[in-house]
Design a protein around this ligand. Structure first.
Ligand SMILES: Nc1ncnc2c1ncn2[C@@H]1O[C@H](COP(=O)(O)OP(=O)(O)OP(=O)(O)O)[C@@H](O)[C@H]1O
Length: 639
């Protein structure tokens, strides 16, 4: 039954206090001074280890806490470095050229033996390279060189030496600052070592305030059974650092945590002093709180391991979900990478669990974090790469589909155009055939038309070139019907009553024959119907003359022109003949063009007078001229 004292303060409250103090005092100057201080601490550590390794005599040129310049000058001859290396690994530098027996610190710029200077340093650097430790340039030993690289090299030698003292072989295991065999680099901060050592020194302080060499507690990932409060703080620090990359842990945080450690240690000491005075009371109370802490911390650790396992597993699950679309080889490669990282973790974990060195624990912890982060990055990169590849494949497939659709449309359009071209050629061939047949028909039509005209005019000739029609005028208003001498009207003859004292004879009845007789009830249209065929003969080149003959008031003007009030029914032969001529001319305009002119003449008292002549000219023609005049319609007046 452990009897842990109950802390009157919580770890969180200490951290909060330190954070508050730190926030008020943080400045750039602090950062710079802190960094310089830690650089000096590293240099002192390197110098101290070299002096301890080569001995006081061999390391007389190197002060215990040298400045940067003194550190560089002390190591400039290469003797200390070569001797230290040979102590760790005998024969690493086959021959070390020693300086003068009474050598002292040679001022910078003073002439050294060139052989001594060059051979020792060169042999040391070659040996360091062969071992795989971080090296530096020979010029770093000169004025203005980078002494930090020399410090790194010496501290790596120190780690190698401590590893050998711990029973581990140098080959195949990672050392402090030693170059890893693969591209996976331990993401170790240079200034983390003092802090972690401070952290670890806290871990070795037991409840009584004594330092313990309990090697079972040398792993920061393990909890001390007696150090519940420190384990809580340790868990808190580890929890804070678990999701941070080494480069993301700023110096201020590291400084802050260091302050937390110091403050925590101080309060622990105060508490222990108080505990000595109130031991009976204090020894009972921690049992109540200590047990849950002891039980809780493994849970925290287990949860951390679970989280790590889940982080390891999540990319694998993601890979499995994506592997449907990815190639099998790529997924296998990624799984192999994950397994390799897992193996490295386990290897480092085993190695670290067997080593009691705090630096190794620190390095293991940071390296484990870097491995997990690297594994996550690899999984994320593969996920992003596979998604990008899927998107590219989808785009390519979509473009291919579009190209295929366009090709199909082009082919359909081309076939459609070819079909239309063939149809067009067929239509053109059929049209040419129709045109030829139409041309043949047209030529035949003209022949038929000519033949028709000839036949038509022959019919007119057979009917008679001279036709005589008789029209009986009806009685006008006020005339007695009993005075009419017309006693009979038939198709081709008319009967007249002969008065008794007439010169025509003693017969009482006289019959006259005509081509046709129109009675008093005949209309203007009936009279024109018999003369219309002669009008058409005019357009075929025949001469036609229609004239009316009769005494005054017999109805000549009415028959040829119409009454004073003209309408469609009462217009006479002249208007109807002219309308028919214009109609035929328009009907035949595609084949023949007619020029139509009109003359209106009056023959009165054997004088021919032009009725269309300008007013007052009173142009008269001899009657004989009229006989040869080619006219169609003449209203002939008999005096
Ligand atoms: N078929 C008819 N129906 C009705 N009225 C008619 C007809 N024929 C002639 N008339 C009328 O008889 C009258 C005389 O006719 P119209 O003037 O045509 O005779 P005319 O022969 O021309 O005389 P003139 O030789 O003096 O010129 C007119 O009033 C006319 O309207």
């Amino acid at each position: 039954m452990s009897t842990e004292p109950v802390l009157p303060f919580s770890v969180v409250s200490v951290v909060e206090d330190i954070l508050q103090q730190q926030n008020t005092r943080t400045s750039d100057f602090k950062f710079a001074s802190r960094k310089a201080e830690e650089t000096s601490l590293r240099r002192y550590e390197a110098a101290g280890w070299l002096r301890k390794t080569v001995g006081v005599v061999g390391g007389k040129d190197l002060p215990a806490e040298p400045s940067e310049e003194a550190f560089r000058i002390g190591l400039r001859s290469g003797i200390i470095l070569c001797n230290a290396l040979n102590k760790i690994q005998p024969g690493a530098v086959a021959k070390v050229v020693e300086g003068p027996s009474d050598s002292v610190i040679i001022p910078d710029g003073a002439a050294l033996s060139a052989f001594q200077y060059f051979e020792n340093v060169r042999n040391f650097l070659v040996a360091v390279e062969e071992i795989g430790l971080p090296s530096f340039e020979a010029s770093d030993l000169e004025q203005g060189g980078k002494s930090s690289r020399i410090v790194n090299c010496v501290l790596a030698l120190k780690s190698l030496a401590e590893g050998k003292l711990g029973g581990r072989t140098g080959s195949g295991s990672l050392k402090y600052g030693q170059k890893p065999p693969t591209s996976v680099k331990p993401m170790l901060r240079k200034n983390s070592e003092p802090f972690m050592k401070s952290l670890w020194s806290m871990a070795l302080v037991d409840k009584d305030g004594y330092t313990s060499d309990n090697s079972s507690c040398n792993d920061l990932g393990q909890d001390r059974p007696e150090g519940g409060s420190f384990s809580s703080l340790n868990s808190l620090v580890r929890q804070y650092l678990s999701d941070k990359k080494p480069e993301e842990i700023p110096i201020v945080v590291e400084s802050l945590l260091n302050r937390v450690m110091e403050e925590f240690e101080r309060r622990m000491q105060i508490q222990q002093e108080t505990q000595v005075q109130q031991e009976p009371q204090v020894q009972q109370e921690p049992q109540v709180q200590r047990e849950p802490q002891v039980q809780q911390e493994p849970q925290v650790q287990q949860e951390t391991l679970k989280t790590t396992t889940q982080e390891d597993k999540t990319p694998s699950e993601t890979e499995q979900s994506i592997s449907k679309d990815a190639s099998v080889d790529e997924v296998m490669e990624e799984k192999e990478d994950g397994e390799q990282l897992q193996d490295k973790q386990e290897e480092c974990y085993d190695e670290n669990s067997n080593n009691g060195d705090a630096e190794e624990s620190n390095r293991f912890y940071l390296m484990q974090q870097s491995l997990v982060e690297q594994q996550s990055r690899i999984a994320q990169q593969s996920l992003v790469e596979q998604q990008r590849r899927i998107v590219q494949q989808n785009l390519v497939e979509q473009q291919n589909r579009s190209v295929r659709e366009v090709k199909n449309i082009v082919l359909q359009t081309k076939s459609g155009m070819q079909f239309l071209q063939r149809e067009y050629q067929k239509d053109m061939i059929n049209l040419s055939k129709h045109l030829r047949s139409l041309a043949a028909a047209a030529s035949g039509y003209h022949k038929v038309l000519e033949e028709n005209r000839k036949l038509y005019n022959q019919v007119q000739d057979l009917k008679g070139n001279i036709r005589v029609y008789c029209r009986v005028r009806p009685f006008l208003g006020g005339q007695a019907s009993q005075n009419s001498v017309v006693c009979g009207v038939e198709e081709g003859c008319m009967s007249l009553m002969i008065p008794p004292n007439s010169k025509l004879g003693k017969e009482g009845k006289k019959i006259f024959n005509f081509n046709k007789v129109f009675g008093s009830s005949s209309t203007q249209g009936e009279v024109f119907a018999d003369t219309q065929p002669l009008i058409r003969s005019v357009l075929d080149g025949y001469n036609v003359c229609i004239f009316a003959y009769g005494q005054t008031g017999s109805g000549k003007t009415y028959t040829m022109a119409g009454p004073d009030n003209l309408d469609e029914d009462t217009i006479g032969v002249n208007y109807r003949a002219l309308r028919d001529l214009f109609f035929l001319s328009d009907q035949r305009k595609d084949t023949i063009i007619y020029e139509i002119s009109v003359q209106m003449l009056e023959i009165y008292n054997e004088q021919v007078r032009d009725l269309l002549a300008p007013e007052g000219s009173n142009k008269r023609y001899p009657f004989l001229i009229y006989l040869y005049y080619n006219t169609m319609i003449v209203d002939y007046f008999v005096p």
